[in-house]
Design a binder for this molecule. Sequence first.
Ligand SMILES: Nc1nc2c(ncn2[C@@H]2O[C@H](COP(=O)(O)OP(=O)(O)OP(=O)(O)O)[C@@H](O)[C@H]2O)c(=O)[nH]1
Ligand SMILES: [Mg+2]
Length: 201
Amino acid sequence: MAIPKITAAEFSLGVHQVAQLPLGELPEVAFLGRSNVGKSSLINVLLGRKKLVRTSSTPGCTRALNFFLINGRWHFVDLPGYGYAAVSRVLKAGWGQLVMNYLETRQNLRAVVFLQDGRRLPGTEELFLWESLTARGRAVIPVLTKADKLKMGERARQLKNIAAALAPFGVDSGDFLWFSALTHEGRDRLWARLLKCLGGL
Ligand SMILES: Nc1nc2c(ncn2[C@@H]2O[C@H](COP(=O)(O)OP(=O)(O)OP(=O)(O)O)[C@@H](O)[C@H]2O)c(=O)[nH]1
Ligand SMILES: [Mg+2]
């Protein structure tokens, strides 16, 4: 499948409270994952923009729910990462509540791209989030990031272990996409999955 031509991609707003969530019917996809997993980098690759979304080697770079308007018809939502130092218990803290509320109740949300570092195994936060998302019937697209850091043998082993940990949530090893922001591996397949959820080109 062809990837869409991105004619316009712009930051539209940063949401710090539920009341600031944009009104309107635009379908959106959100990018969820541990801090530093590569959410912002992945969005830049999908959009073919080097620096639309700020990336950083300092975890916790993205603090608000950042909405980007794409081709005037979709929102991509870069969520704040969880799992670093002082906010590792996010799921209860202020902005953790905002993210959970958003994930659980947002009508416009068509799919959640759930990123997991391909070198790690799902931790408590991931299991908690998978549980909440699947309980709400959310469409989740599991992506394994930093694929360029793993050899083929390691990938196979990691995939098997990650899929086994997430099997209780109905995830199958065939559902995962490997992705690399360096080589762009996985970009086209991820677009195909996104377009299915967003209703095509
Ligand atoms: N090798 C490699 N490095 C990557 C990849 N994706 C992201 N990185 C690096 O990982 C670091 C974090 O990337 P970000 O995209 O800022 O991560 P994030 O998930 O948005 O982090 P927060 O905003 O803190 O939640 C940066 O140094 C990136 O250059 C990848 O596919 N391969
Ligand atoms: Mg980020």
